[in-house]
Ligand binder design. Sequence first.
Ligand SMILES: Nc1ncnc2c1ncn2[C@@H]1O[C@H](COP(=O)(O)OP(=O)(O)OP(=O)(O)O)[C@@H](O)[C@H]1O
Ligand SMILES: [Mg+2]
Length: 405
Amino acid sequence: MSDFIGAIDLGSTKVAVVIANLSEKNEELELIGFSMIPSKGISYGVINDIQEASACIKEAVQRAVRMAGIRSIPKMIATISGEKITAIPSRGMIIVKSREQEVTESDVRRAIEAAKATSIPEDREVIYHVVRGFRLDGQNGIMNPIGMIGTRLESDLLLVTHDKVQLRNIINAFQKAEINIEGFIPQEIAASEAVLTPEEKNLGVVLVDIGGDLTNLAVFKEGYLYAIGILKLGGERITKDIAITLKIPTEEAERAKKIIGTLKEEKEESLEVMSLQQKRIKINTSQVREIIQPRVEEILDFVLKKLEELNSPIELIPGGIVITGGTALLDGLEEFAQEYLKVPVRVSRSLRVYNIFEEKDAVFYSSAVGALERITRTVSTDESSKNFLDYLKEIFKNIFSPFKE
Ligand SMILES: Nc1ncnc2c1ncn2[C@@H]1O[C@H](COP(=O)(O)OP(=O)(O)OP(=O)(O)O)[C@@H](O)[C@H]1O
Ligand SMILES: [Mg+2]
C-alpha cells in the first residue's frame, strides 16, 4: 500500500494535477508531482465531450505520475465546479448514548449522519459536506463536542449537492481514463483552504475565484464556511470581448490580455498581433484596457449581487474579498477592485509554502493543493492512534458521499 494521494482540478480552461507523498506526516504536504494541460471536453464545469475529457484527464494524471516517479496513483480526489453545484444548510439531532452522558466519537458521527439524512430532490446527489459546528443541550458554537457532557447533540452542516446526470458524466470520464476518484470537492472550497488565512475566515471574508468560464464564491463567517455561489462569467469573456472588438483571433486576444492587459491608467505599451485577415497590426494598452475594465466591473457587480442573494452583503463582511484563479493575474486588479468596491481586497497569486511551482503558475494549482490540504488537515487533527492510511480511509468515507458503494 503506497502513501500517495493526488488531486485533480477540472477547470474549464486547464486541468491541473498535484500528487503528494503522505508517508512522512508533516505540517506541510510533500508535493512530488504536478502537471497542467489545457482542458478539453469541459466547459462551464460541465462535460460536453466525454472522450475528449477523459483523454485530457488521463494525459494530465500521467504527466504528474511520471514527474513523481511512481507507477500509478491509487487515490485521487477531484475539484469540480459548475452552476449545478449548490449548498444547503442542514441540522441533525441525536440523543447521547453513553450512560455517563459523555459525547463520544460515535455520537458525533451519528449527529453528522442525521444532518446528511435530510431529504434532497430526486435529481440531486450530496457530494460533500462541511461540518460548521455543534450544539449541545442548546449551547451553540461548539467545534468539537467529544468528551463534553450532555443529552441532545445537534450538528450544523453545509451539504453540497450536484445534479445527478452531470455528476455521472464526470464519474464516467474518470472511469474511462481509468482513474480512481474517491470523492469530489467544490473548487472554491478547496481553493479557500490554500488561499485564505484562519484570521480572514474568522473575521469574515469572501473568496472570489475568477477562472475561465466561471467565477466561484465561498463566503466565510466566524471561521466557518457560510455559503458558496457561482457566476457564469470569467476571464474567457474578457478574451472574447478583446477578440470581437479588435477583430483579432481569440489566441491573439488571449496573448494581448496577458502581455499588455492592465487596469492601471498610467501604463502605455503596444503589441503587434495578427489580425483576422492575417495582417500584422499594432494594438496598445489603452485600447485593451477600455475593453477589459467594463468586463471586470461587470464581474465585480455580479459578485456583489450574488453576495446579496447569499444573504451576505459585502458591507457585513469585514475581511472583504480575496481574489484568486487565473484572472487574478490581471495586472492592476487589486488596486482597481479595491477602488471600485470600496472594501478591502487582496489578490492571491501564490501558494504560501510550496515553492516547487514557478511563481507564474502557482495560482493555477491552488484548488488541487487546497483539496489535498483539506483532506490531510482533517486527518491530522484527529487524535486517535490508528495508522494514517486507516484515517484516510475513514475520512474518505466520512467527508465524501459514497457515490460508489
Ligand atoms: N496573465 C494573465 N492575465 C490575465 N488573465 C489571465 C492570465 N493568465 C491566465 N489568465 C486567465 O485565467 C483564466 C483561467 O483561469 P483558471 O485556470 O483559474 O480557470 P479554470 O479553473 O480553468 O476555469 P473555471 O474555474 O472557470 O472552470 C483564463 O481566462 C485566462 O485567460
Ligand atoms: Mg477553476
